[in-house]
Ligand binder design. Structure first.
Ligand code: MG
Length: 163
């Protein structure tokens, strides 16, 4: 059982990396969210929070689902072509990408939700890069940008509650 859990976490992390997202970039987002509340923030401790969020089964599966949907959109493998086009265009009113992300935030309380809303609006760092790549049509990151924002927001909330 333990090995199964560990391997899902490893799979989730390598999926993130295969889509161009490093854990350090997620830590940078957590730093961005928490910097004004703490002096001498240690990125190593923030990394522990990110890794702890990625320990959760719900997070691993949400991330896998998100990345799978992005890849299926890139490969044009949807049965429903209208839906595929909506996801490929990252339409503002689609909203299901954010709903999947709330699933992660809800595990970490209201601070995670407000942090997610903030980073989604501010588009800091890797979230901005994913968004730009998506808008240029190089890749589909419609789901992944929200996943990264939600993982960072959840890690920031976990960190805030730990103090
Ligand atoms: Mg999105």
């Amino acid at each position: 059982m333990k090995t199964k859990l560990l391997s899902l976490k490893t799979e989730a992390i390598s999926l993130l990396q295969s889509r161009g997202v490093s854990l350090d970039e997620i830590v940078d987002c957590v730093y961005f969210l928490q910097q004004e509340y703490h002096q001498n923030l240690d990125k190593k401790i923030l990394m522990e929070s990110v890794l702890s969020v990625l320990d959760k089964r719900e997070v691993q599966f949400a991330l896998m689902t998100a990345i799978e949907l992005d890849i299926m959109t890139e490969k044009k493998r949807f049965e429903n072509k209208n839906l595929e086009a909506v996801i490929a265009r990252d339409e503002g009113l689609f909203g299901t990408d954010e709903v999947l992300a709330y699933g992660i935030c809800n595990l970490y309380g209201s601070i995670a939700l407000t942090n997610f809303g903030f980073i989604d609006k501010q588009k800091f760092g890797v979230v901005a890069r994913l968004n730009e790549e998506g808008k240029k049509g190089i890749k589909c990151h419609t789901f992944l940008d929200d996943m990264v924002g939600a993982i960072a927001a959840a890690a920031a909330s976990r960190f805030a509650h730990s103090l």
